[in-house]
Design a protein around this ligand. Structure first.
Ligand SMILES: Cc1cc2nc3c(=O)[nH]c(=O)nc-3n(C[C@H](O)[C@H](O)[C@H](O)COP(=O)(O)OP(=O)(O)OC[C@H]3O[C@@H](n4cnc5c(N)ncnc54)[C@H](O)[C@@H]3O)c2cc1C
Length: 447
């Protein structure tokens, strides 16, 4: 079962070691130090997952962590680091190996994104969005399309962006108006996508556009390549965080795209977008775990060093209780995220709901952990030279994108209402795949 994956991984681990020109002992010493963090993220992992985790932690520690403050301050998109991550197998993590995918599981993916995020949340999250698109191509595209796109997206030659949101269609994504009108063998696209991560830098754009009537069923999914005439990008948005991830509008003005670039059938675009988002939610949550883990760890180190009233802050019971609460929240979040990932791997009927719940809980809890970590630093936590403030800023947006928290609450509360019959369903606000679970699915949630 693990033969392809193991050999691929061990060769990638060696590639990483030689690429970094670091003695293995030094690298593993770094990992040992990390494993002494307050909450050990390796608990419950298999040998192979531990190997994957070590590899991702090494990469985070050597290639990302030393740069995260600078990438943020100068708003640098670290293209080379993204490429290096893809070369290790992190460009198409849970895609089939037949076209260059790494062939790992969703659970493995959470281990990777958590580990990478200890080094830089924003860059890891951008890589997770790229993986979301590659997954959608691998799962819903034709063999020809997979053959055309996946190899270069897997090895980091090219990167992909996910284009759903529009200026007038955010939470209500199914109301999008970017049009794709058929003309012979082409679609002609017109419209604007907003807040697109990787916009302007990336090479392939997965665009949800309207080929039919109103609502979700009128939406299709097409791949648009950078350089296509009529495709342009807005100014880079100035953001509170996620500054290594460029965000721009993606603008379509009579963009001619071959019909052969459509993924799935006409009208399936929204369903593809929502299925991709289920995994996206788990990945973003995993990125929150990594940020919170690191924030907790550096807060603990700060408390050990900082002295007030003649003793270290770490010796105060208030500090210890605070760390204990943070560690408990982190552990609970990790359990939810990993359970949701496992539900995706086993195609459990409750997977979409578990992903939503994990996202709701983990992104809120992990943001609070980072905020508490900042508080424990006192005034130093507010200084740009200290990493903790960046974790707070970077994790804040996880409560907004890939299912804004109130939207997720609507999804989960619709589900709860359905189970308990406490309110009439169909608030008119849910429009995504996996939001109308059959009774068996709901009952599974209660056990
Ligand atoms: C940094 C960043 C990167 C992003 N990257 C991408 C990307 O790569 N691709 C992409 O497609 N999109 C991306 N997005 C867009 C993101 O997914 C949207 O911002 C998000 O879906 C919310 O939409 P909106 O901003 O239009 O907010 P709105 O939909 O206008 O929501 C505003 C407020 O209204 C509330 N609200 C809305 N509907 C309901 C409801 N039914 N019930 C209760 N409350 C409700 C929400 O709680 C929210 O607080 C990104 C956003 C950011 C900030």
């Amino acid at each position: 079962m693990f033969s392809i994956r193991s050999s691929a991984l061990s060769s990638r681990v060696s590639a990483l070691s030689s690429a970094l020109c670091r003695p293995r002992a030094a690298a593993s010493a770094g990992v040992r130090a990390m494993s002494m963090q307050a909450v050990d993220a390796s608990i419950g992992l298999t040998e192979e997952q531990l190997e994957i985790q070590r590899m991702a932690l090494n990469f985070a520690k050597t290639e990302m962590a030393p740069n995260m403050l600078e990438w943020d301050a100068k708003e640098i998109y670290p293209a080379e680091t993204m490429r290096a991550a893809a070369k290790l197998g992190f460009g198409a993590i849970y895609c089939n190996p037949d076209f260059g995918g790494t062939g790992l599981s969703r659970m493995d993916g959470t281990v990777i994104f958590e580990a990478l995020s200890t080094g830089c949340v924003s860059t890891s999250a951008l890589l997770s969005i790229h993986n979301m698109v590659v997954y959608a191509i691998d799962s819903f595209a034709s063999v020809e399309q997979r053959e055309k796109y996946i190899p270069s997206l897997a090895n980091g030659e090219r990167f992909a962006s996910y284009c759903l949101t529009e200026p007038g269609a955010g939470s209500d994504a199914a109301s999008l108006v970017t049009s794709a009108k058929r003309e012979g063998d082409f679609y002609v696209l017109n419209g604007t996508k907003s807040f697109i991560s990787g916009g302007g830098e990336h090479d392939v754009y997965m665009v949800m556009c309207r080929t039919g009537g109103p609502g979700a069923k009128g939406i299709s999914c097409v791949l648009v390549e950078k350089g296509t005439p009529g495709l342009s990008f807005g100014q880079k948005e100035r953001k509170l965080g996620w500054n290594s991830s460029p965000t721009r509008q993606v603008i379509f003005e009579d963009v001619k795209v071959p019909i052969a670039n459509r993924v799935g059938k006409e009208g399936e675009g929204f369903s593809i977008a929502m299925q991709a988002l289920n995994g996206g939610r788990v990945n973003i949550s995993a990125c929150s775990l990594g940020g919170a883990q690191e924030a907790l760890s550096i807060a603990r180190e700060h408390l050990l060093v900082r002295k007030q009233f003649g003793k270290s802050l770490a010796s105060l019971q208030n500090s210890q209780f605070k760390l204990a609460e943070m560690a408990t929240g982190l552990q609970a979040s990790r359990l939810m995220v990993r359970q949701a990932a496992q539900a995706m791997d086993s195609k459990h009927p409750a997977a979409a709901s578990l992903c939503a719940m994990a996202k709701l809980f983990a992104t809120d809890t992990c943001f609070d952990i980072c905020n508490q970590a900042l508080q424990l630093h006192g005034g130093y936590g507010y200084l740009r030279d200290y990493k903790v403030q960046q974790f707070v800023r970077d994790l804040r947006v996880h409560q907004i994108l890939e299912g804004e928290r109130r939207r997720i609450l609507v999804m989960v509360s619709d589900l709860v209402n359905h189970v308990f019959g406490t309110a009439s369903r169909g608030t008119g606000t849910n429009n995504g795949a996996g939001l109308a679970p059959p009774l068996t699915h709901l009952l599974l949630l209660l056990v």
